[in-house]
Design a protein around this ligand. Structure first.
Ligand code: MLT
Length: 201
């Protein structure tokens, strides 16, 4: 997958995997890594799917309606890519924390829903429920930050609460941070994610 790898100054710090929103690129979230853990190595990935020229991590049938078959395929593709990138760039595969926004948060959520050891933790900015009706892996000791907007027209507060419940039932330790905003990623949400990261990882 097309990506940027930046070696960090602290090899023991979690490796941050950055996953952009629809229409973004692997450059978009680099400032988030700087804000959250400047000493970490960073692997920032571009989604392999194009929707009218806009990169995404999996196909959708309509706004909020995911192509489940493609989501499953792309989730495996991303998990395999993380395995390969760890070997190629020489980082600890078990020390990977995802930071995703919107569509990137949704594929990060899908990694958590499908693979028990894909991520050590995750910061999910404005995620949705990636799939329903499946058994999640055991996510005990997996810290997850969810940033959500009370007026988000794409991820409703009810969907955020449903995601929190599903991940919580799988054993994850979840903090939900609410903004009085919509789908956009605000500075105060990033600051809250940074504070959470220092306390939990
Ligand atoms: C998705 O398709 O993943 C969500 O609707 C968020 C987005 O618009 O990217």
């Amino acid at each position: 997958m097309r990506h940027i790898f930046q070696q960090g100054t602290d090899v023991t710090a979690p490796v941050l995997v950055l996953l952009h929103g629809t229409g973004g690129t692997e450059r978009d979230l680099l400032p988030l890594a700087q804000a959250i853990s400047p000493a970490s190595s960073v692997l920032s990935i571009r989604g392999n799917v194009l929707e009218n020229g806009m990169p995404r991590f999996f196909r959708r049938l309509a706004e909020g309606i995911f192509d489940e078959e493609d989501l499953i395929f792309r989730t495996k593709e991303l998990n395999d890519f993380l395995d390969e990138a760890a070997v190629e760039h020489g980082f600890d595969r078990r020390n990977v924390v995802a930071i995703g926004y919107s569509n990137g948060a949704n594929i990060a959520g899908s990694l958590l829903f499908h693979y028990p050891d894909a991520l050590r933790g995750a910061i999910l900015h404005h995620p949705m429920v990636p799939r329903r009706g499946i058994q999640l892996p055991d996510l005990t000791d997996t810290p997850i930050f969810i940033g959500a907007g009370r007026n988000d027209p794409i991820c409703s507060p009810e969907e955020t609460e449903e995601l929190q419940k599903l991940l919580g039932e799988a054993g994850a330790e979840i903090e939900v941070h609410w903004e009085n905003a919509g789908h956009q990623l605000t500075r105060s949400e990033v600051d809250a994610a940074g504070t959470w990261f220092k306390a939990n990882l």
